[in-house]
Design a protein around this ligand. Structure first.
Ligand code: CA
Ligand code: CA
Length: 365
């Protein structure tokens, strides 16, 4: 095992899977069938501003990070790189400005007056009218989920046991985590840099422990404490996993775009990131998306865990992800595990013959 970075805590393990195991996972995924990867669309900005009832001046002020009374390209992109699942680049933003005549004085910035003349959904409308190619999406891949519990193919069960040993976490946590996600990138496929799991505020719920939440909460994230990524083949060209800010001295969202170079853009700027991992068949990499709280439990999000899939320039890329879900709210994680084991006990009691019901929380193979 090799340590690749400390921020995030990131390790590489060659030969974690045998060649044969890699082939089995790929075949099982093909058997199950892959679907177009869903694009994560952030909360509807328009709805949010309506709810908050912000004036154009107030929105402008929020976007104007350096408070110079002008909106620079990177201020717009930092706030909304993604519009309806479409990835905006400095170039595409300039095209939008030109198409909408949004910047009549042509200085490349939006003044408050220029900003006020745009309707709130002008960008979206322009993009939709222009039509979208796959390469302009946040993510261009296909994926499927493979259940790893009782009754699953022995390779999948073995893999989960190996992951449990690797992470040194109780199997009760690993077993209740998401199923294995298998992803295929064709030539030209990519996944722009992102966090696998979001920040946690006191009012944030975790998707996996929703059962145990006492009340509804305004924010929800997947609480993926650890990501274990397996390379199922060696890619002919491209397809590296990039960690653009690994071991950087600082993390500042706004400095991720400088001089038209967006470090999150894995189609254009993978070579400018701090760390890239070459896909090699059977190798696993794993990292922590959250820091420790200093008391032996999960703490804050580790922003340095930002990563993405560089564009595949030749051939196909197959990977799989095991996410280990842990609720930073210790009590809620405990309550959730108790609830599940109660349910499983009563199910075993009532319908012993129906083992397919065993784990209805996961999609099965
Ligand atoms: Ca500004
Ligand atoms: Ca202007």
């Amino acid at each position: 095992m090799r340590t690749l970075s400390l921020k995030p805590l990131l390790f590489e393990i060659p030969g974690f899977l045998s060649e044969e195991e890699c082939s089995v996972v790929v075949q099982l995924a093909q058997l199950k069938g892959l679907t177009e990867s869903q694009v994560m669309v952030p909360e509807d900005q328009e709805e949010l501003t309506k709810q908050l009832d912000l004036s154009p001046e107030e929105i402008f002020n929020l976007l104007d990070l350096n408070q110079d009374g002008q909106l620079q390209l990177q201020e717009i992109l930092t706030h909304s790189r993604v519009r309806d699942g479409i990835w905006l680049t400095p170039e595409s933003l300039r095209e939008i400005y030109a198409g909408l005549q949004a910047d009549p004085d042509g200085d490349g910035f939006l003044s408050l007056e220029e900003f006020k003349r745009l309707s709130s959904n002008a960008f979206q409308r322009f993009l939709q009218q222009r039509g979208v190619k796959k390469s302009q999406l946040v993510r261009n891949s296909r994926h499927t989920w493979l259940y790893q519990g009782e009754g699953a193919h022995h390779v999948l069960q073995t893999l989960r046991k190996r992951v449990t040993r690797l992470t040194r976490l109780p199997s009760s946590i690993v077993d209740l985590s998401e199923p294995l996600q298998v992803v295929r990138y064709e030539q030209g496929g990519h996944y722009h840099a992102h966090h696998d799991s979001g920040p946690v505020y006191p009012e944030t719920a975790c998707t996996h422990t929703r059962l145990a939440a006492n009340h509804s909460t305004p924010f929800e994230t997947s609480c993926r404490y650890i990501t274990v990524l397996f390379y199922l083949n060696s890619v002919e060209g491209g397809g590296e996993t990039t960690f653009p800010v690994a071991d950087n001295r600082t993390y500042e969202e706004v400095s991720l775009i400088q001089n038209d170079v967006d470090l999150l853009d894995t189609r254009k700027h993978c070579d400018k990131g701090n760390l890239r991992v070459q896909p090699a068949k059977g190798t696993a990499v794993f990292w922590y998306n959250y820091l420790s709280d200093g008391k032996g439990w999960v703490g804050e999000q580790d922003e340095y865990s930002l990563h993405g899939g560089c564009v595949v320039t030749r051939g196909t890329k197959w990977i799989a992800n095991n996410w280990i879900n842990v609720d930073p709210d210790y009590q809620r994680q405990v309550r959730y595990q108790q609830l599940v084991s109660q349910q499983q006990r009563s199910e075993t009691h009532n319908t012993e013959q129906d083992s397919a019901q065993h784990n209805h929380l996961h999609q099965d193979l």
